[in-house]
Design a protein around this ligand. Structure first.
Ligand code: TRP
Length: 74
């Protein structure tokens, strides 16, 4: 399968209430375009897209991607 900007998924599992998953815009202007709140145990599966070049996670969460696993908020 051809890899493109739409092929990468990341999984975010909240380990506390109020974890924020923030999408940042692609292109010369880098800004927040979407913020999602997750409570404990909630999972979000997100992609990098035409509109999203970076994802910021605020709070205690497990992040799983093809690069491995990392804990945010420790
Ligand atoms: N409309 C956004 C997009 O297509 C939705 C989105 C995709 C998003 N990945 C995200 C929002 C990651 C927040 C975080 O790019």
């Amino acid at each position: 399968m051809q890899r493109n900007i739409n092929s990468d998924h990341i999984i975010i599992k909240a380990e506390q209430d109020g974890v924020q998953v923030i999408g940042l815009t692609r292109g010369s202007d880098t800004r927040f375009h979407h913020s999602e709140k997750l409570d404990t145990g909630e999972v979000m599966i997100a992609q990098f897209t035409e509109h999203t070049s970076a994802i910021k996670v605020r709070g205690k969460a497990k992040i799983i991607s093809s690069y491995g696993e990392i804990e945010a908020g420790k």
